[in-house]
Structure formats: structure tokens, C-alpha cells
Design a protein around this ligand. Structure first.
Ligand code: CZF
Ligand code: MG
Length: 194
């Protein structure tokens, strides 16, 4: 019999590549991808956004499937966590340079990258896992392929002793300290234990 699967629902190819690597040690399940454009509600906590996302995916996919989604936010400390989950829409309307400029009036240039994972098991029970990496928002350096990678420089205390932006890191190095890796480590442990 073939292995049971966990369906990772995302429309983001960069995310998918990272998550396939992050979950590559999970031998119990096969991780497969389904590209659905899930609505992301506003005026909600990151947990609520992820919860709504998984509920939609559950409603759209066949019953009894294990499904996982994630939502990723970038919050600026000087703006009390904004743009947060809205960073995707900010990036559609402005360049990375303009996003960085938003912090010009403030001394504090720090922020948080946060991934919130929502998993629905075969019975529809939902679990939430979150990973946070603290960093500085800097003028873009390195690879521009993935969202705001080039303007996010994790703090030294995160293990980023060479002060690289995500965009300057190898994928392996980013996966060693990223918001996404922290969230998916917790999820991986849950899959192993349950
Ligand atoms: O530089 C980055 N490094 C990352 O590690 C990262 N993870 C997400 N993002 C971007 O931040 C927004 C999240 O929105 P988001 O979580 O809703 O994603 P999405 O809509 O692209 O995919 P999905 O919702 O179908 O899974 C989108 O603009 C993503 O491109 C990242 N940018
Ligand atoms: Mg999305």
C-alpha cells in the first residue's frame, strides 16, 4: 500500500520548495502539494488567519485527508507588528526599497518574521504551530526571488553571526534559523509523536 499523505496547500512555489526540505525527514507520510488560492481574512490574529485558511482547505478537499497550510507575516516593531500578514499586499503595491523606507522616521529597525502552520488531521482536528525569527529590516541585499528575503537580516542571537539577509544565505542556512523552519520543526515533531 502506498504511504498516507499530508497535503500542503499553497500557491507559493518558494514556500513549497522550503517546506519540502524542512519535512524531508518525515518518513511516515508523503508530503504532496495542492495549489489552491485560499482567502486570507483581515482584522484577525495570525492564528485566526491560519485557522480560517485550513478550514477552507478542508472544505475544498476530499474528506479524511491530512492537510497543512501556513501563513507568513513580516512585522515591524516600530509599527506594532504591521504590515504583518498584510505584507503580501504591501509588496504588490510597493517596492522593497519603499517598504524599507516606511521605517525611515523610526530609530527602531527591528522586526519579526512569523510563520503560523495550521494542520488538520484525518479527523478534522486542528493544531496550530508557530515559529518566529527576530531580525533587522535593511536595504535589500542578495537574492530577490522570494518576497522580502533580501531586506530581512536575522539578529546575531538567532545564529546569524555574519549578519546576512535571508537573501544572502544558502537555502540550507536559511532553513537552519528561519521562522518557517521553527514552525515546521514543531509540526514535524507532532507528526512523529502522533
Ligand atoms: O522573503 C520572504 N521569505 C519568506 O520566507 C517568506 N514567506 C512568505 N513570504 C512572502 O510573504 C507573504 C506571505 O503571504 P502568505 O503567507 O499568504 O503567502 P502566499 O499567499 O504567497 O502563499 P499561500 O498563502 O498560498 O501559502 C507573501 O508575499 C510571500 O511571498 C516570504 N518572503
Ligand atoms: Mg496567501
Amino acid at each position: 500500500m502506498s504511504k498516507p499523505s499530508v497535503v500542503f496547500v499553497t500557491g507559493n512555489a518558494n514556500k513549497l520548495k522550503e517546506v519540502q526540505k524542512l519535512l524531508s525527514n518525515v518518513t511516515k507520510y508523503e508530503i504532496i502539494n495542492k495549489n489552491l488560492d485560499l482567502e486570507e481574512i483581515q482584522e484577525a490574529s495570525l492564528e485566526e488567519i491560519a485557522r480560517k485558511k485550513i478550514l477552507q482547505a478542508v472544505a475544498l478537499l476530499p474528506k479524511g485527508q491530512r492537510i497543512v497550510v501556513e501563513d507568513t507575516a513580516l512585522g515591524f516593531d516600530a509599527l506594532n507588528g504591521l504590515p504583518g500578514a498584510y505584507v503580501k499586499w504591501f509588496l504588490k503595491k510597493m517596492s522593497l526599497d519603499e517598504l524599507v523606507k516606511m521605517l525611515e522616521p523610526f530609530e527602531k529597525k527591528t522586526g519579526e518574521a512569523i510563520t503560523t502552520v495550521a494542520y488538520s488531521d484525518e479527523n478534522g482536528d486542528i493544531k496550530i504551530f508557530q515559529g518566529i525569527t527576530k531580525g533587522k529590516i535593511v536595504k535589500h541585499r542578495g537574492n530577490l526571488d522570494f518576497g522580502w528575503d533580501a531586506i530581512f537580516e536575522p539578529l546575531a542571537e538567532e545564529g546569524n553571526t555574519e549578519a546576512l539577509t535571508y537573501g544572502e544565505m544558502t537555502k540550507e542556512f536559511k532553513n537552519g534559523l528561519s521562522h518557517r523552519s521553527k514552525a515546521f520543526k514543531l509540526f514535524e515533531q507532532y507528526l512523529v509523536d502522533n
